[in-house]
Design a protein around this ligand. Structure first.
Ligand code: NDP
Ligand code: HSE
Length: 436
């Protein structure tokens, strides 16, 4: 066997992803040595609790609660603890000691990315984060490298595996949201704090990272308009199905042009997608991201968006790259310089709404509703009226209004005026329609 140079690897975290990474580093040591030209020695694994149960059996002697000590003298530090602190401090310590960093921590990068990349540039080390967006799917490197010579205009897709799993099981199997969420947790899809997934923070963090890379500008989590899936009910999913749609939590990052001024919009919300659209076929914990670029046209990236072993694949790719850089020498390739393209408020985007109303089933109601919509500057594309046969609204009429594209501000003002109108008993749901 070739005599390889040894690189010391420190792993911070042995949860869903970290335990799988540790296992791959140990099991595939010889193969990785042949592939990278370096023997990757797993020097230790920092955890909070030495006795916590692990998804994979790990050598007890590798576990430590002293992450700082483990970092000292390491060539590559893999951060898989999650959260902001102490992950940020450990990453800065690692860069400060000359190590390359590999992380899947989108929460950290979407808030402190600029600081971390600046420090990496100063010390000539690399920070890689393929796993931070869309799990196993290679999307960071394509945006950072493969499409760096093109001009990305739009990114659109499903970037959160757990909410996709929950919505999919509700849609296909009629599962209750909390039952679907329990299974998503068992599968290792959820963040340590599941509200990050359900309330759309995780998808918003990923959208901020994608938009920063795609548009070469600074986008933080605070710039992202965010709505989670907490308001999506079984009734909304059923009604969407009857109308030929499926509800998906979408991330949209796009360039806008208004009066010759360029801005970007970055947003996350549950939306209706036609059942004919490719995103409707993204089931379970999978993700799919469309990237539209001026020269390349539309590209689609699809695969496992969450899960321990799947995400470990993306981490290992970054570890191999970092090892090769160490062997080749030279400084780490940093991020492109980032400008400051203004981020447009949500009211400036153009979209379509589907509005479900419960109204009194009597003459003149339709006319009033149509007038309110028209006065709001919104044009109706489709209108369907049915009688509600049972339940709370029995005896009322249900109106489903599909609008043409309009400014978000006009659409949301129209919904507010409908809610205030005497003829509307209840605004049952409002969802944007995307992908048409
Ligand atoms: P887990 O919550 O399953 O694991 C976190 C690990 O970090 C645990 O082993 C925990 O130790 C350890 N840890 C936490 N805080 C400390 C600390 N202060 N000191 C030492 N160790 C600590 O997280 P995941 O594996 O699910 O996720 C890890 C990262 O990867 C996160 O940033 C996440 O967003 C990201 N990611 C996760 C994906 C997934 O599908 N799960 C997919 C893509 C990215 P202990 O076990 O002792 O409690
Ligand atoms: N909680 C995340 C998700 C993990 O569900 O997509 C992958 O980033």
């Amino acid at each position: 066997m070739t005599d390889h140079r040894t690189l010391r690897v420190a792993l911070l975290g042995a949860g869903s992803v970290g335990s799988q990474v540790a296992n791959l580093l140990l099991e595939r040591a010889d193969e990785l040595a042949e592939r990278t030209g370096a023997r990757l020695e797993l020097a230790g694994i920092a955890v909070r609790d030495l006795d916590a149960p692990r998804d994979v059996e790990l050598p007890r002697e590798l576990l430590t609660t002293d992450a700082s000590e483990l970092i000292v003298g390491s060539d590559i530090v893999i951060e898989l603890m999650g959260g902001i602190e102490p992950a940020r401090t450990f990453i800065l310590e690692a860069l400060g000691s000359g190590a390359d960093v590999v992380t899947g921590n989108k929460a950290l990068l979407a808030t402190h990315g600029a600081e971390i990349f600046d420090v990496a540039d100063q010390v000539g080390a690399s920070v890689s984060y393929e796993a931070a967006v869309a799990g196993a799917i290679p999307i960071i490197r394509p945006l950072k490298d493969s499409l760096a010579g093109d001009r990305v205009t739009r990114i659109f897709g499903i970037v959160n595996g757990s909410t996709n799993y929950i919505l999919d099981r509700m849609d296909r199997d009629g599962l209750a949201a909390d039952e679907a969420m329990r299974i998503a947790a068992e599968l290792g899809y959820l963040e340590a704090d599941p509200t990050l997934d359900v309330e759309g923070f995780d998808a918003a963090q990923k959208a901020a990272i994608l938009a920063s890379l795609a548009f070469h500008t600074k986008v933080s989590i605070d710039d992202v308009h965010r709505e989670g899936i907490g308001s999506v009910t079984a009734e909304m999913i059923e009604s969407a199905r009857r109308a030929g749609y499926v509800v998906k939590l979408l991330a949209v990052c796009e360039r806008l042009q208004e009066d010759g001024e360029e801005s970007i919009s970055v947003r996350v919300y549950p939306a209706l997608i036609s059942r004919e659209h490719p995103l409707a076929s993204v089931h379970g914990g999978n993700n799919a991201v469309f990237v539209e670029a001026e020269a390349a046209g539309a590209l689609m990236f699809y695969g496992a968006g969450a899960g321990g072993i799947e995400t470990a694949s993306a981490i290992m790719g970054d570890v191999v790259s970092a090892a090769r850089r160490h062997i080749a020498g030279g400084v780490g390739v940093g991020e492109s310089p980032r400008g400051t393209v203004p981020v447009a408020p949500i009211g400036r985007i153009e979209t379509r709404y589907q509005i479900r109303l419960e109204v009194a089933d009597q003459p003149g109601v339709l006319e009033t509703v149509a007038r309110v919509v028209r006065e709001g500057g919104v044009s109706v594309a489709a209108l369907e009226q049915t009688t509600i046969e049972s339940g709370e609204g029995a005896g009322r009429a249900q109106l489903v209004i599909g609008t043409h594209r309009a400014k978000e501000q006009a659409l949301s003002d129209t919904v507010r005026r409908l809610a205030e109108s005497d003829v509307v008993e209840r605004v049952a749901s409002v969802l944007r329609v995307e992908g048409e």
